[in-house]
Design a protein around this ligand. Structure first.
Ligand SMILES: [Zn+2]
Length: 300
């Protein structure tokens, strides 16, 4: 059993021109089913989240503005796509998918969300296609419910987890670790507990050396009882937004390093997808599918 939150897109909530980034959320489950990595039974479709869990992370005024679609135009522009009731509802389901995934991961060892990784959502604002920070909401949920006392967030998307860093800047129960492109968005970086900013063009060897050094080191140092992993595939050389130069194989090795350490130290973890903007949808799906292939090879 590989619990996977998915979020059916009944109708495209985005206007033409914004739809391409949504396509991967529909194609990835099909690819995983086609390969036999998962069965229909592994998928679950989360309901809308109980708002109290959102409000444990995000400011009330901001959440109300999202729900009522009353965000001021400047703040809405920073998010990057036109706000709609459908999109906000989708975010509320995605965040719940990450929470429910965590609960399942205590039994299965690992759970996924086919979406999420919305790490540019701050406590009081959204940025760069992120409105609500799903892993921050789930981390706070685990702490408040006393399901975990120390959490490690491993954010390997090419973009710094600035919202996550801000949300947990004064919280010693959550250790935020971000490895990202130095010259990539966000241009003004927040301060995570550990940031590693890589120069443009960093490729597999240098990249994987860092990941395989720091992941076990941080687990030993922080002794987390739960791990969140943000597995963005925008570290690829082909990525239109990312400035690193990793290969598809290198990206899979990265996932394997994270997963094998979670397994070795017996720490349950949840994986949210994050970014991936290669010009060919096939590359994006292949790289995201690799995250599932890696987990399935190791766990099942
Ligand atoms: Zn990204």
């Amino acid at each position: 059993m590989l619990p996977i939150a998915f979020h059916p897109i009944y109708k495209h909530p985005l206007p033409e021109g914004h739809r391409f980034p949504m396509l991967k959320y529909e194609l990835l489950p099909q690819q995983l089913l086609h390969e036999g990595i998962v069965t229909e039974k592994d998928f679950f479709a989360p309901d809308i989240i109980d708002l109290q869990y959102v409000l444990a992370v995000h400011d009330k005024a901001y959440v109300e503005d999202l729900l009522n679609l009353t965000l001021d135009p400047k703040a809405a522009r920073k998010i990057g796509f036109p706000l709609s009731a459908e999109l906000v509802e989708r975010e509320l389901r995605i965040a719940n998918g990450t929470i429910l995934g965590c609960e399942k991961a205590f039994e299965t060892g690992v759970a996924f969300n086919i979406a999420g990784g919305t790490h540019h959502a701050f406590s009081n604002r959204g940025e760069a296609f992120c409105m609500l920070n799903d892993q921050a909401i789930a981390a706070k949920y685990l702490l408040n419910k006393k399901l975990a006392s120390k959490i490690l967030i491993i954010d390997l998307d090419v973009h710094q987890g600035n919202g996550t860093a801000e949300i947990f800047q004064n919280n010693s129960n959550v250790f935020t670790f971000s490895v990202h492109g130095k010259t990539n968005y966000p241009f003004k970086k927040e301060i995570s507990d550990l940031d590693i900013a890589l120069p443009d063009g960093t490729a597999d060897d240098a990249y994987l050396k860092i990941i395989s050094a720091f992941v076990p080191k941080l687990i030993e140092q922080e002794k987390p009882d739960f791990i969140f992993y943000l597995s963005g595939v925008d570290i690829l050389e082909t990525d239109k937004l990312g400035k690193l130069s990793c290969s598809v194989d290198g990206c899979k090795k990265r996932d394997e390093i994270v997963f094998s350490n979670c397994k070795k130290f017996e720490i349950p973890f949840q994986v949210s997808m994050g970014g991936g903007y290669s010009p060919e949808i096939k590359t994006i799906i292949d790289a995201h599918a690799n995250t599932y292939r890696a987990a399935s090879e190791l766990y099942f």
